[in-house]
Every structure is written in C-alpha cells, then in structure tokens.
Design a protein around this ligand. Sequence first.
Ligand code: SF4
Length: 314
Amino acid sequence: MADNKKILCSQCNNPAVFLDREKKTHLCKDHLIQSVEEEVMRYLNTISDLPETIGIAFSGGKDSTALLTVFSRIKADIPCRFIALTVDEGIEGYRQDTIRAAEDTCSKLGVKHHIISFSDIFGSSLDTLVSESDRNACTICGILRRRALEILAREQGIRVIATGHNQDDHAQTALMNAITGDVKKVFAGYGPSTWYARRIKPFARVSEREVTLYAMLTGFFRDLPECPYAITSLRGEVRTLLYRYEREHPGAMRNAALCEEELREKLGGTFRREPYQTCTGCGWPGSGKICQVCMVLRRPSLDNDPHQVREQTR
Ligand code: SF4
C-alpha cells in the first residue's frame, strides 16, 4: 500500500522527484528522465534537414552536460552523429575546473571532444581582455565565444551546433531584449544563413530545474564554481527577477520564452535582416565595416584575422 505521506509520481506509484507547479503534476526519477529525453526527441524530429554530424557546444557546465548526456542516451534513435565542441575563454579560478569536467564527461560518455581557446585564436585570455577594456565581461565573452565556436565548428566540418540553452535562458533573453529595447536581437540568428553554422536549441521547452534534475539523476551533475563575471551581468539581475515571478505566478517563465518565440515565428518572415558587410579588419561578415570581434580586439588589421592567428600558432 502506498505511503500517503509520500508524494507519488502522477504517472506511476514511485516517489516523485519533480513538481510541475503549472500543470500541478509530479514526476518520479524515471518519468522525469523520460520526459526530458522525449522533449529533445520531439524537438529534433521537427528539424527535417539534420546533417550527418552535429556539434554540441559543450562548456562542461550542467546544461551542456545534460544535453550531451541526452544525446548519448538517445543516439540509437537519432539519425546523426555528434561531437563536443568546447571554448576555453581563459577565466582564472573557473574555467580550468569546467574544462577538466568536460574532458572527463566526454571520456565517460565516449564522445569525441575538441577544444579551442581565446588565447590560441585571439592571442589573449578573457581575463586579460576584460582588464584592458571598459566593456562588460559578458559582452566581450559572448562576441568572442561565438566566433571561437564558429572557427572550431568549421575546422571540424560542422554546420549545425546544438546549444544547452533551456527555457529559463530564453525567458531571460526575452526580458533582456525588452528591457534594452533591442528589437534586432529578437530576430538575431533567425532565418537561414549561408555563412554561420545553424544553431539549434533542443532544451528550448525544458526548464532549468528539469535540466538540473536530469543531470543529477543521470549521474553527471557536478558542483562546479560559477563564473566570477556572472554577478555583474544584467542576465543575473533578470534571472533573479524571473525566479520571483515564477514562484508567485507559475508558468511566467514559460510564457516569457514562448512569447518571444511566437513573435519570431509570426514576424520573422517580415523582418529583413540587414545584409552582412565584410569586415575590413578580419574579412568575416558582420553588421558594419568593422565586425564586433575586431572592435573588441581593437585590431582593424587583416594581419589579425583570428582564424589566421590560429593557423599561425598551430
Ligand atoms: Fe562569459 Fe559572462 Fe558567461 Fe562568464 S558569465 S562565461 S563572462 S558570458
């Protein structure tokens, strides 16, 4: 007879480990794992032109670790191979641990793993660049990491990159875009691009709590240090705000994420992406004469094409 004091899974009689406060349902360990994997399968099934190999942007943190674990567990059911791609930004007291965790996870899961570092391609670590700039660390990091990942993907012949962004990340981005009034960012990356690798987000409809629990329940969660720059970011503030709303209004997080997704789907076709210009600094496409990467590096010289720097330093 079931113990009445125990909260049981809504799908079986096992003890529950997760409460979906919006749907008012509970899931046990097995059903939570199954529900996350089914959601990723559902997402992948919506993509008709999956390539032979997908790159998984793998920081070694819990979200990308959970994503790599899902792919490893469902690999027999998906029509593509996958490899892990890691960018080492060069953040003292944080990145060494996550890189070690990434290497260990890949070795346990038997996944091919490639690493690229800021120092290797840009000649400086993020720490050095931040100390020499008055720009926010996360802004510099985001701009350079995108380029670094793109370079690594190209080297491995990857045209589709899966990232571990979850539903909470999308809600935060939606609110940040609203707060900063940056309409262009709402549509950034929307639509086909012949230059940049396509980004896919299999956890787009999975909450951060589910992702964290999935990583814990499958045995791949690690208690790693948080990036020291995270506390200075607008994202950190927005995250705290949204958690409060979610507690008081279950579903708020999902609604914020879906709202922006719907806007993109309904208006994306009418939003005209400004044509790329060729950066006079590095020759990569960008939104102006000097791309964001060259602006961050303050290197408007063809000699400093990051790709060339990497070729030279090999
Ligand atoms: Fe980069 Fe900011 Fe994330 Fe740290 S918190 S890894 S600086 S984006």
